[in-house]
Unconditional design. Structure first.
Length: 329
């Protein structure tokens, strides 16, 4: 199984690469991570640079033409800009971040990360944003002495326990002239299941509860599993609930002797498919088995889950598939 979370990697902007060089990452932090004064940095935005150049031109014009009102307006605007530095920095300083619990997803979907934001101060924090690398920022407000949960997402490009990596929390409040930010590597994670194999994938044959061969007979006493529909099968034996969920016609099989168990075995999947494709097929089998209400178990090299039924069994099997480490060749 995976020993530690893996990061979802994307191309980094130049500002982040320079920041990582000056302030190298120290690894995921369990939290709460408090953004103290040494963690919050501030620089002028493009609007702020334009604002400063405009003030400089106004000052030169006022000096050249000896405009008293020009001096008043220039220094008034300059004072507002200088005061906004403090307000922008204070809007982010001393905010605390804590990792939340994320819901599992399948590979190829969006991995969602829940980040708790705590504001212990008496001043509301307005227009904060969290930006995962390569994704659009998520904006939010936090009231005075209040908490909130921020849901940020990014594509799940690999299975297993994944981490968002180092992300940025920033603000340009109140005037947009300055950009205050902090880089955080929070120990938030999301479990990513293998992508289910698409199309019609027949389930393997059920076995007797003793584990010795297939279920005997074709009686009507015990439910033995599902198989693909064949022309001539009785409509009463069609598993309509499974058909509605998977859009694949399946026929119920019954055994006249011992109750049958369905084993989903890694070794039963052709090795020619490759390790990840084999896990994808097992994922499809787990989903279809649970949808059909079957009692099923899972066998992976070094891992065995006894047959059970229900959503809890499905989640256990999907977690085992997500965290399974393919042995290197």
């Amino acid at each position: 199984m995976a020993s530690r979370p893996r990061a979802l990697r994307t191309a980094l902007p130049i500002r982040d690469r320079i920041g990582d060089w000056i302030f190298p990452p120290r690894g995921p932090e369990a939290g709460p991570v408090v953004l103290g004064q040494r963690r919050v940095y501030i620089l002028p935005t493009r609007a702020g640079i334009t604002f400063a150049i405009t003030l400089l031109l106004m000052l030169v014009g006022s000096i050249n033409y000896n405009l008293s009102l020009g001096f008043i307006l220039t220094f008034l605007l300059a004072g507002a800009g200088i005061v906004s530095i403090l307000h922008t920095w204070r809007n982010l300083a001393n905010v605390a971040l804590v990792p939340g619990k994320s819901q599992p997803v399948f590979m190829g979907e969006l991995a969602g990360f829940v980040i708790g934001v705590r504001n212990a101060g008496r001043i509301p924090r307005m227009s904060l944003a969290i930006e995962l690398r390569g994704e659009q920022p998520v904006y939010f407000d936090v009231g005075a002495e209040a908490d909130c949960s921020v849901h940020a997402s990014m594509p799940a490009l690999e299975r297993g326990l994944v981490n968002p990596g180092r992300f940025r929390i920033f603000t340009t409040y109140p005037l947009g002239l300055f950009h205050a930010w902090a880089n955080v590597d929070l120990a938030a994670s999301c479990l990513v299941y293998p992508r289910p194999e698409p199309g019609k994938v027949p389930l393997p044959p059920a076995q007797a509860a003793s584990g010795e061969g297939g279920a005997s007979g074709t009686g009507e006493d015990d439910f033995a599993g599902l198989r693909t529909y064949h022309p001539g099968d009785s409509p009463r034996r069609i598993a309509w609930k499974a058909v509605a969920r998977s859009q694949v016609f399946l026929t119920k099989q019954f055994s006249g002797s011992a109750a049958a168990e369905l084993w989903l075995d890694y070794d039963d999947v052709p090795a020619s498919l490759g390790p990840e494709a084999r896990l994808s097929r097992l994922t499809r089998w787990v989903i279809e088995s649970e949808s059909a209400g079957l009692k099923f178990g899972l066998r992976l090299p070094g891992v065995e889950l006894e047959p059970e039924a229900g959503a809890a069994q499905r989640d256990r099997c999907l977690q085992a598939l997500a965290l399974y480490q393919v042995a290197p060749r």
